[in-house]
Design a protein around this ligand. Structure first.
Ligand code: AMP
Length: 541
């Protein structure tokens, strides 16, 4: 007979995280900028009590285990209570991205079969438009108190604070199978309908442990952590779980994500660590440079969601902020890799060290990755060969919600990204496979081109897309937004590439625009750009 281990068996449940924070970091603060306009502060102890009241209120509303409860909300304490109250009672916390089109939101709410939807007041007009198309939602809950409830609304509303006030908090978190569903996020599919990634308690707790480690996000109780990445985008990269898990002070920026508001909050609350997509840091850096500001406590940030341009990494370092470049996706909970250096790298000359830091980095324990060629044959880890990136692990998707077709290839999940891996295991994304520029059968990395352009002092934002070429099929076209008041010509920009990339990678042309469209998760919308420039005639054509 097999000899079994003799340790206690305790399910890995999300409720255990907030229980731990309340018991061992009970007086540690959570500070939130509210949609009401003010700053709200309370502690992990308060948060857990209110999450228990919410679990009771959901029970009173008839919410059952496994039922989906939607949110349309900013980063704030009530949203955090919903994360824990909903999952903790055994229902599924379904965060919906309010930046999507109303039709997509209705599709997602209906596909998920949300029984209730909680929303911040900012999104009342959105709710009023979407509600008539979501007949199965039993109630829309405004996340505010009675005094701030809208005087009139086209949709009957419940009041969040009233729901909580009706409960006494005398509630024990239920124990159940750690493999039960806990939360749900839809990918913002640029083509076709969004698809749901359904996380479990087990996958979430394991991801929280792993992502908090020093070579991953590196969260500690001595940090003050401000997730700029929204709680409606892959659970804010897991920070609403990993921050209470380590007991750090949590600062939630609410709806105000502009440079000035973020800077004020960073300084006032003594933030040490943050996380967000490149476009957010662009706004913050611009505000700091324009006003010649410095950070007093901010020392480290994670950048992910899109490639962090080297120029941005350097600009943050000049402000004494270490950048951790990270990569992941909704289907991966999301964290896969992070770019922390190895001991042997510290003595390298700056330029060589920078090259390593700019990569998306090494996997955290739990994630396994490989790159393959067109036939599925594994490629060498030499930092040069690039191919389709595949991953597997206990917090990586097996199947999409309510879709039986398996997305896996021999047990691996194809990420849709193209990457290299070097001998030390540092992975670098060269492109999204749809965005690669195929020039005469050879591939050009659009990210490499964008990174060079972003380093030009007159460039605010740059996207590189393919344009039709009669001989080469596709050639790179650089689409550029200039910094306010800055000037640069097409010729000057193209010259800037010389010596920085292979000659045949230099774009054939530059198109100056006033704006590059962004997706609901802050990525440059290259699909839209390609449509916009589909009849573009290259001067070389
Ligand atoms: P999402 O599911 O919205 O988080 O998008 C995931 C996709 O974002 C990945 O498959 C990548 O294409 C892209 N992505 C995420 N992080 C990075 C990064 N650090 N560098 C380049 N692309 C990234």
């Amino acid at each position: 007979m097999a000899l079994m281990g003799q340790m206690m068996s305790a399910p890995l449940l999300i409720s255990s995280i907030i229980k731990h924070a309340a018991r061992y970091y009970g007086s540690t603060e959570i500070v939130s900028r509210r949609t009401e306009g003010d700053l709200h502060r309370y502690t992990y102890r308060d948060c857990e009590l209110r999450a228990r009241k919410l679990a009771q209120a959901l029970g009173a509303l008839g919410v059952k285990q496994g039922e989906r409860v939607g949110t349309l909300a900013w980063n704030g304490y009530r949203h955090l209570e919903i994360y824990y109250g909903v999952s903790g009672m055994g229902a599924v916390c379904h965060t919906v991205n309010p930046r999507l089109f109303p039709e997509q939101i209705a599709y997602i709410v209906n596909h998920a079969e949300d029984g209730y939807v909680f929303f911040d007041l900012t999104f009342l007009p959105l709710v009023e438009g979407v509600a008539p198309h979501c007949p199965n939602v039993r109630g829309w809950v405004a996340m505010t108190d009675r005094a701030h409830m809208p005087a009139e609304s086209k949709v009957p509303l419940l009041c969040y604070e009233e729901l909580l006030d009706a409960q006494d908090g005398n509630y024990e978190w239920p124990q159940f199978d750690e493999n039960l569903a806990s939360s749900l996020c839809y990918t913002s599919g640029t083509t076709g309908n969004p698809k749901g990634a359904l996380y479990s308690h087990r996958s979430t707790v394991l991801h929280s442990y792993a992502s908090a480690m020093p070579d991953a996000l590196g969260c500690s109780a001595s940090d003050v952590i401000l997730p700029v990445v929204p709680m409606f985008h892959v659970n804010a990269w897991g920070l609403p779980y990993s921050v209470p898990l380590v007991g750090a002070k949590l600062v939630l920026p609410g709806p105000k994500l502009d440079g000035a508001s973020l800077y004020e909050l960073f300084e006032q609350e003594k933030v040490t660590f943050s996380a967000g997509v490149p476009t957010v840091w662009l706004g913050l850096l611009q505000h700091m440079q324009a006003n010649q500001l410095k950070f007093s406590t901010f020392r480290r940030t994670v950048i992910g969601g899109s490639a962090a341009p080297p120029a941005m990494i350097r600009a943050l370092e000049a402000l004494d902020v270490e950048v951790i470049h990270a990569w992941g996706m909704t289907e991966m909970s999301p964290l896969g890799t992070a770019s922390k250096l190895l001991a042997k790298h510290h003595d390298l000359p700056d330029a060589e060290r920078h090259k390593i830091q700019e990569k998306q980095g090494r996997v955290i324990y739990g994630v396994d990755m490989k790159i393959v060629d067109g036939e599925g044959k594994e490629l060498p880890w030499d930092g040069k060969a690039f191919g389709d990136l595949l991953v597997r692990g206990p917090w990586i998707i097996d199947r999409y919600f309510r879709n039986d077709a398996s997305p896996l290839v021999d047990g691996w999940f194809p990420t849709g990204d193209v990457a290299t891996i070097d001998a030390d295991g540092f992975m670098q994304i060269t492109d999204r496979s749809k965005d690669v520029i195929k020039s005469g059968g050879e591939w050009i990395s659009s990210i490499d081109i964008e990174n060079v352009a972003a380093a030009h002092p007159a460039v605010h934002m740059a996207a590189c897309i393919s344009a039709y070429h009669p001989k080469w099929d596709e050639r790179p076209l650089l689409v550029v937004v200039k910094k306010p008041g800055a000037e640069v010509s097409r010729e000057e920009l193209l010259q800037f590439f010389e010596g920085k990339v292979a000659k045949w990678w230099i774009p054939d042309d530059v198109a100056f625009v006033t704006e590059i469209p962004l997706t609901a998760t802050g990525k440059m919308q290259k699909l839209r750009l390609r449509e916009q420039f589909k009849d573009y005639k290259l001067p070389t054509a």
